[in-house]
Design a protein around this ligand. Structure first.
Ligand SMILES: NC(=O)c1ccc[n+]([C@@H]2O[C@H](COP(=O)([O-])OP(=O)(O)OC[C@H]3O[C@@H](n4cnc5c(N)ncnc54)[C@H](OP(=O)(O)O)[C@@H]3O)[C@@H](O)[C@H]2O)c1
Length: 183
């Protein structure tokens, strides 16, 4: 599949590496922007508060299936939207999914060490299912459907629970692997 990542840092760059190893063709775009019109799927992985600015600099994203991996740390989604994912859809008018926002990028290289395939939530449009589930599996995760795009806000808020769990006991190992300033 031809995949473009908007944001090529820990998440965008890390997933691009995993997908490339699985045989996909990747285009990596940073804050300078670029054209994604050749892509069959687009991952958005920029700082949550920069989503509008980032999309302003991307050409050819209308009509594209997009996976939004952003999180909102101390910022709200754009005015009038419950989630960044719903904002993305307003810009593309196309199948949209929220996924990968609850996984620690610092652990991408260790997915294969898990005793069973790690699950990864996705919420979003049914029309995005094939793409988002394939890209989950090709990154090493078992996709778990979490409902329609209206649930993306809950998935974005889930991060607060994940932070609490990680620091509170169950996941100190994860916490050491990915302290909050690296999320
Ligand atoms: N790190 C994690 O474990 C993790 C896990 C799940 C979700 N997330 C979320 O995923 C997103 C990306 O996180 P990350 O850790 O990959 O961040 P990162 O390593 O800092 O990478 C951010 C990317 O976004 C681009 N960018 C920064 N400001 C921008 C702007 N104003 N307009 C357009 N592009 C801009 C950067 O461009 P340049 O390449 O040009 O610098 C870079 O490619 C965030 O929303 C984060 O909350 C992170």
């Amino acid at each position: 599949m031809k995949v473009a990542v908007v944001g090529r840092g820990n998440v965008g760059g890390g997933l691009a590496d995993l997908w490339e190893r699985a045989g996909h063709e990747l285009r990596r775009i940073g804050r300078e922007g670029g054209d994604v019109s050749e892509a069959e799927a687009v991952l958005v992985a920029v700082p949550g508060g920069a989503i509008a600015e980032a999309l302003d600099n991307v050409q050819g994203i209308e009509g594209k299936t997009v996976i939004d991996a952003t999180n909102l740390w101390g910022v709200d989604p754009p005015a009038g939207f419950s989630s960044n994912a719903e904002y993305v859809k307003s810009r593309t008018n196309a199948p949209t999914a929220k996924s990968f926002n609850t996984q620690f990028a610092a652990l991408y290289d260790r997915i294969g060490e898990a005793s069973s395939t790690p699950s990864n939530l996705w919420s979003g449009d049914e029309e995005a299912r094939q793409v988002v589930e394939q890209l989950n599996r090709d990154a090493g995760y078992e996709p778990v459907y979490a409902g329609p795009l209206e649930n993306a806000a809950a998935q974005e808020n889930f991060l607060k629970l994940l932070g609490g769990i990680s620091q509170g006991g169950l996941g100190p190992f994860l916490y050491r692997m990915a302290p909050p300033d690296q999320l």
